[in-house]
Write a protein that binds this ligand. Structure first.
Ligand SMILES: [Zn+2]
Ligand SMILES: [Zn+2]
Length: 361
């Protein structure tokens, strides 16, 4: 790696002092450390560049000596040199992939659901949902350690603040991610959070649900998700709207559908039916001779989104119910009715019979 490139990667000016180099390296290496970015290929690429840049700048003369024994180095030598780094990196990344027992949580989006009835969707409403959030532990402020515990050397780096990796002639050191490069460790795990740095807390959150909200709509509450143990930053709470099934109504867009059963005789004679709406109940006239499947529309009695545009209707579909389990008397009357029925009382039946006759002739 060229010195100019190495300076750029570490964000340094020409000829940095030893302490400037050290602190720039520590900050960046910890930020892109594989322990803190598991499975992130971009972080992995940045981390390797940062480490190599540091090695290049730490001792430009020595790395030049090693890389170029008198004059230019051959492609083969350069290849061997880079392979050594890859060997060391494979150790670092392998240890990062192994699960840690005390994995600190990252800030996360928290998902919840809220069930709403059709009646609630007729207007803007507020609803309380109860969620279990992970919040930074108050007694240890997210450190995971018991307050006032004796400070001791970090077990991961044995107090050095850095971890050394060696492979043959090559050697490099990386700031310790367990102690942030401080080398210190405060003994006992916090009893309130069992060392996790976060605890679960049940919270009631007020949600504003817009009128006519669709099934599956998501309402986002910024900063009401899980908190990060280290930074205290919170993700978002994302609540999905779920429609509670209604015993009588079905929803279709902003329209509301209602199936209204009407008896065979009511359909023939005409009828005044009491029907429910989303707000109350009302009477509608079913005219004599109504056919099954006919639809009535009560304009504007459906759902109305904010602004009042695209307000839906209440659509009432008539279902003529054929009587079953007839008594003797009912059977007699219907038989008599059938006898005195003429084709003109059943125009559809008449038309059907005429067409069939036409086919059979
Ligand atoms: Zn704690
Ligand atoms: Zn350490």
């Amino acid at each position: 790696m060229k010195v100019a490139d190495a300076l750029k990667i570490l964000g340094l000016e020409r000829n940095p002092s030893g302490s400037q180099l050290k602190s720039a390296y520590k900050k960046l290496a910890l930020e892109f450390h594989p322990d803190r970015n598991p499975g992130d290929p971009e972080a992995e690429r940045r981390f390797k560049q940062i480490v190599i840049a540091h090695e290049t700048l730490k001792n430009p003369k020595r790395s030049a000596d090693r890389a170029t024994p008198r004059g230019r180095k051959s492609a083969r030598q350069r290849g061997e040199y880079e392979e050594k780094w890859e060997d060391i990196f494979s150790h670092i990344f392998r240890s990062a992939r192994e699960p840690e027992d005390k994995q600190k949580s990252a800030p996360g989006d928290l998902h919840a659901q809220v069930e709403v009835t059709l009646e609630e969707l007729t207007r803007d409403s507020e609803k309380e949902v109860s969620v279990s959030r992970r919040v930074r532990c108050a007694s240890c402020e997210g450190s995971g350690f018991e307050a006032g515990a004796q400070r001791s050397a970090c077990p991961a780096c044995k107090g050095a603040g850095e971890v050394r990796y060696r492979q043959g002639l090559a050697e490099l050191w990386v700031p310790c991610s367990a102690c942030d490069g401080s080398g210190e460790h405060t003994g006992e795990a916090c009893r309130a959070c069992m060392g996790e740095g976060v605890t679960s807390r049940r919270e009631n959150v007020m949600l504003a649900i817009p009128a006519a909200a669709k099934e599956g709509a998501q309402i986002k509450l910024k900063g009401k998700g899980d908190e990060d143990a280290r930074t205290g930053e919170a993700g978002d709470l994302i609540v999905t709207v779920r429609a509670k099934p209604h015993p009588l109504f079905q929803r279709e867009g902003n329209d509301i559908l209602l199936d209204l059963p009407v008896s065979f005789s009511q359909a023939a004679l005409g009828h005044e039916a009491l029907i429910p709406t989303l707000k109350d109940a009302r009477k509608i006239k079913i005219p004599a001779g109504i056919q099954s499947g006919r639809e009535f529309r009560l304009k504007g009695e459906g759902l109305s989104p904010a602004g009042g545009r695209n307000t839906g209707d209440l659509r009432i579909r008539v279902i003529v119910e054929t009587p079953t389990k007839l008594s003797e008397r009912q059977r007699e009357i219907l038989a008599e009715f059938q006898e005195i029925s003429s084709p003109s009382t059943h125009p559809r039946t008449r038309s059907f019979l005429e067409k069939m006759r036409g086919l059979l002739e």
